[in-house]
Design a protein around this ligand. Structure first.
Ligand code: ZN
Length: 51
């Protein structure tokens, strides 16, 4: 039996790898997913030039 709903993900564990932060998540309905938070979203923070 399958019911469609908005999954509510709970992180069961997460590990830092060379590709970024990998999180193992599971919804209460039993569906699992692996989420990867890649650190490449922000290349650099550049300080604002003061006038
Ligand atoms: Zn679910």
């Amino acid at each position: 039996m399958t019911s469609h709903h908005t999954h509510i993900w709970r992180t069961e564990s997460c590990h830092r790898t060379s590709d970024g932060l990998v999180a193992y998540q599971r919804c209460r309905c039993g569906v699992r997913r692996i989420a990867v938070a890649e650190p490449r979203g922000i290349a650099a923070e550049v300080p604002r030039a003061t006038a």
